[in-house]
Design a binder for this molecule. Sequence first.
Ligand code: ADP
Length: 760
Amino acid sequence: MSSVFHGPYTAISSAGAFGPLWLERLVWQLLFVDGEVAHYRVTLTQEDRHWRIVRPAPDASIAAVRRLEHEFSLAPRLMPQWAVQPVALLSGPEGTLMVLEDASGVALHDQPEPLSIEGFLQRAIAAAAAVSGAHEAGLLHRDIKPCNLIQDADGVVRLSGFGLSVDVQLASQLPVFDAICGSLGYMAPEQSRRIQRQADQRSDLYALGMTLYEWLAGRLPFEATDAVEWVYCHVARIPPPLSQHRGDVPEPLAGLVHRLIAKNPDDRYQSAAALHRDLNEMLRQWQELRDIPDLQPHLSNGQHDASIRTPSHDSTLALRDLKAWSARTSINLSGRDALDLSSVMKSAHALRDESEQDRLIETLLRNTIVHAGAQRALLLLVKDEAPVIRAIGQSGAEGLHIELADRAPDKQHLPLSVLYRVMRTRQRLVMDDVCGDAYFGADEYVRQHGVRSALCVPLVKQSRVLGVLYLENNLAPGVFTLCRTEVLELLASQAAISLETVRLHQELEQENARRRDVEIALRGARARLASVAQATVMGELAASIAHEINQPLASMVSNAAAGIRWLNRENPQVDEALSGLRDIVAQGRRAGEIVNALQSLARQGPHHRRQLLINDVIRHVVALTGVEVEQQRVLMTTHLTCSPLRVCASSVQLQQVVLNLILNALDAMSAGDHVLRRLSITSEVVGRDYVVVSVEDSGRGIEPVDLHQLFNAFFTTKDKGMGMGLAICQSIITAHGGHLYAMPARFGGATFVFTLPVVE
Ligand code: ADP
């Protein structure tokens, strides 16, 4: 206990008794904190008198203060039978505070032990009586929850916390998209402003139902971490049966609580008075039989009680005042926007973080379901002009379940009439009560599942339908409001764009994979060409091999002849003869090796020659080397002849020549950091006699001293060069009746030119 207020306080209203002197003499006891306000019991010890004081926290929003002011302004209408009486509103250096009468009551939010059934019924009856009193006085409380229900020692329950209360008659005139207000855990779906319905007294009954559920079960039916999720629970999740928490609740009593928290106000109790009667009847049965066997509820199905919406006769709140007040409660108004913003932000994060299509779809669908308050949702993407279901979200007892799919939609999944209408018109469809719709009501799915609220949005990008989002809630009609739809469309179009991006990303990856395959194929082709080169190398070597083989043969012959002479002497010179024989063996072996090499050359076989267009050869090799050329950032251009004249040649061998010239050119350009690496390939026909092909590069060029030996076998200036390429090229071109030349290029670099005779 301590004194927390100092300094002069002025009573804004009420008796001067609550002036600064009074405040200074108080002893304070903190009872509990409810959001932005703290509740105290204050005592004047000398006089043994006490009050309750509600005081906003130092950093509380202005709305918290406005709520106190509003509650105080309602004081004349708050009857002592059912409401805790405000007696003064004080303002001072430490803010505003409200003084209430205190009959030593306790707020019913802290309950250490489970209530007995009888204890519960008595308390519920007292609470229903208080709510009934408020409703009869024409007030909608809008914030019923255990800490706003204060029970006196004599058992009477009184309501407090009227800061959000409005006149019942005026409530129906508030715009539907007025503030979200109330406490998240107890708030009726229609009060969350997510539903196209006005809040009325039945919204208070929903909050009372949540309170009763908590008193019986020791916990609320839902758990949520943020406002969006709370609202989703109230709109779309079915509360777990009370029996799940507690086995001793008689069935009719559990039924009564569940009826109070029905999503659709029409399915709830229609008045606190009817609820009060039923609870009394249940208590009577319980006291008599220790059971509640059965109850004919006073609920007249679907029909509103006469007491509902009855305007209060002594309404002190003018509509004008109310509007002014509701405008002032900016925190509440921004509350709804905050929910929308929170949903959009959640999805934006998903879009930023998820690059995998499946995860993205799952997260987006989850956010959308929670945001929209849907029970069931389907995401369809258009593939080859037809819709395919990619994800199904379903709200169940265990929460939200998202299943990824890849199947064609049929009448088991969703109303096809709705889907096709939306795909055809590219317009969203928002339906308050599909069952009652003259056209869609006949859809087989709608009839089977009793679809109430439905929303179907096309995901459009650049006037192309990429997919469709379908949402449904069968618990209540009018769940998907137009206002929600705008945010949903924002989410949906974000989704469409990112799904499209993910798709493009995947296509790019596929394209890359395809490129990799092509590269592997090219490498294979190159290897095959290399083996042809090998063969040609062997052909080139054949001449020198023939030359090589003659040498050992000649040597063997002369050694043998000498040996004969050494042995034919009178004194045969055996040692000399043996040495000659050893030479013969060695040379024979060398000759054998050369023969082996020749055999392997022979296995390559002759190359088939045919009439061909030189341009085909060039194009083929250009395609083969495209990747390399690109990787080395070389600009390759071709200027090819239009002449239809052909050459007679082995295309494989000519490809080998062109490939070799191009690879040499790339090698020559790889060194040095040239501003522009150019490789130009041309073909032309000169005087109907010769085809001339030139390969010109902008590389480092050829040293004049090297010019005359470039075509020699084994001449190379490269570390790992073989020096066979140009020799082979020359032998191939010569064999085809042409010539191969090397010369300096026009702008530095080298040009290689070969000619081939044209076929007559
Ligand atoms: P290698 O595989 O050793 O390069 P080549 O017979 O193909 O065998 O080439 C022989 C030599 O000719 C090369 O080492 C290089 O010095 C020179 N050469 C070939 N083409 C070019 C070119 N486009 N530019 C400059 N030098 C070249």
